[in-house]
Design a binder for this molecule. Structure first.
Ligand code: G6P
Length: 362
């Protein structure tokens, strides 16, 4: 089942599998009309969790960051922590802590170490993983499978989308079991989540990422910016870009640009700005700052973001959705830009040099 089916690369095939992967992720786990999660966890299952640590590496760390940001927005004390730093510098972890391991493979050594460290201290552990029977799934108290299907490309694509969708469902479940949740926003987000597979298909059908790639391939550096939930998406966009194109790319929180990275910005450094429909005016200010230094700006934004479209040099549009989910649609455009630039540069897209699908050493 792991053939390319007419696509030039597994990665492109897997990018195009996202609508179906997301359908599987959401299948039976959401009451779309009511806007409530229907995960297998009984009501109150997480009532004892006073704080949540989400640990992961690479792309999974950015999915974790997305989940943690959403949880904090919904009033849950949550942090995303790099698994490789967890054992050396973990914040308080004890029996009141839920530790969520975000790991596609379920075999990443750094993530397993973080899990074991947390379990020794009495934390409850939950694996969010793609692989049934993986070490993380077996060792954790609970497992939630993201159901993305096998991913052959070394650089993660569809698994990021399914991880984030899973974490949105998990976040809504944790809020259900906690106190003082902003109910209407959670319900609106979950109602919008049901439309996500179709909207990803719309992005894939209408994208102009290839022409953007043709215009900007071969520049000196690429900078990705975003704030709020668009920040982990910008980070993931930069990671994908450097992994498969071998070009220098960095992600920054949009507001931090002026505190240092701006010194690197010139007419040779395209800036890719991610807009999720919240804090957009502030990010637009940052766009103007880089344009004043001559940098071309490629915005990824919702269809109705007229001010963004007027200001940016190029816009990759995504269907309008809830601001809590817009980053997931933007990420698909970033995947495609990275893919097409890498293809123009004739890179080994499915097996980038020096990288492995699953890293089993610390
Ligand atoms: C490797 C892969 C990355 C992946 C990371 C975490 O570095 O190349 O694409 O994000 O491991 O993998 P995991 O299986 O734990 O999600």
């Amino acid at each position: 089942d792991a053939r390319k089916e007419g696509y030039d690369h597994y990665m492109l095939k897997e990018i195009h599998e996202q609508p179906h992967a997301l359908e599987r992720t959401l299948q039976g786990r959401l009451d779309a009309e009511a806007g409530t999660p229907t995960l297998d966890f009984p009501p109150g299952a997480f009532a004892d969790a006073e704080r949540v640590h989400l640990v992961g590496c690479g792309t999974s760390n950015y999915a974790a960051e997305y989940g943690a940001t959403l949880l904090r927005r919904w009033g849950v004390e949550a942090q995303a922590l790099l698994a490789s730093e967890y054992t050396g510098a973990a914040p308080r972890v004890d029996g009141d802590t839920l530790v969520v391991a975000v790991t596609q493979s379920g075999e990443t050594a750094d993530t397993l170490s973080a899990l074991r460290f947390a379990a020794e201290r009495g934390a409850r552990t939950l694996a969010v993983t793609n692989v049934v029977g993986s070490t993380a799934a077996r060792e954790c108290d609970d497992a939630m499978f993201i159901r993305a299907g096998p991913e052959i490309g070394v650089a993660a694509s569809k698994t990021f989308s399914s991880q984030v969708a899973s974490l949105v469902l998990l976040a809504a479940t944790l809020v259900r079991d906690g106190e003082g949740a902003p109910g209407e926003e959670v319900r609106d987000t979950l109602r919008a989540l049901a439309d996500l597979p179709d909207q990803v298909a719309t992005v894939l059908d209408g994208t102009t990422a290839r022409s953007v790639a043709e215009r900007y391939a071969g520049r000196e550096s690429y900078f990705f910016i975003g704030r709020g939930l668009a920040y982990p998406v910008a980070m993931e966009g930069a990671l994908k870009f450097k992994e498969i194109s071998y070009e220098h790319a960095e992600g920054f929180p949009a507001g931090e640009l002026k505190h240092g990275p701006l010194a690197l910005v010139t007419e040779h450094t395209p800036v890719i700005a991610v807009f999720a429909g919240r804090h957009d005016e502030k990010t637009l200010n940052n766009v103007q700052e880089v344009q004043a230094r001559g940098a071309p700006v490629i915005a990824v934004a919702g269809e109705r973001a007229d001010a963004v479209r007027r200001q940016a040099d190029e816009t990759l549009a995504v269907p309008d959705t809830h601001p809590n989910l817009a980053g997931l649609l933007a990420n698909v455009q970033l995947q495609l830009v990275a893919y097409h630039v890498s293809k123009l540069l004739d890179r080994a897209i499915d097996k980038p040099r020096n990288l492995a699908k699953s890293v089993t050493v610390e």
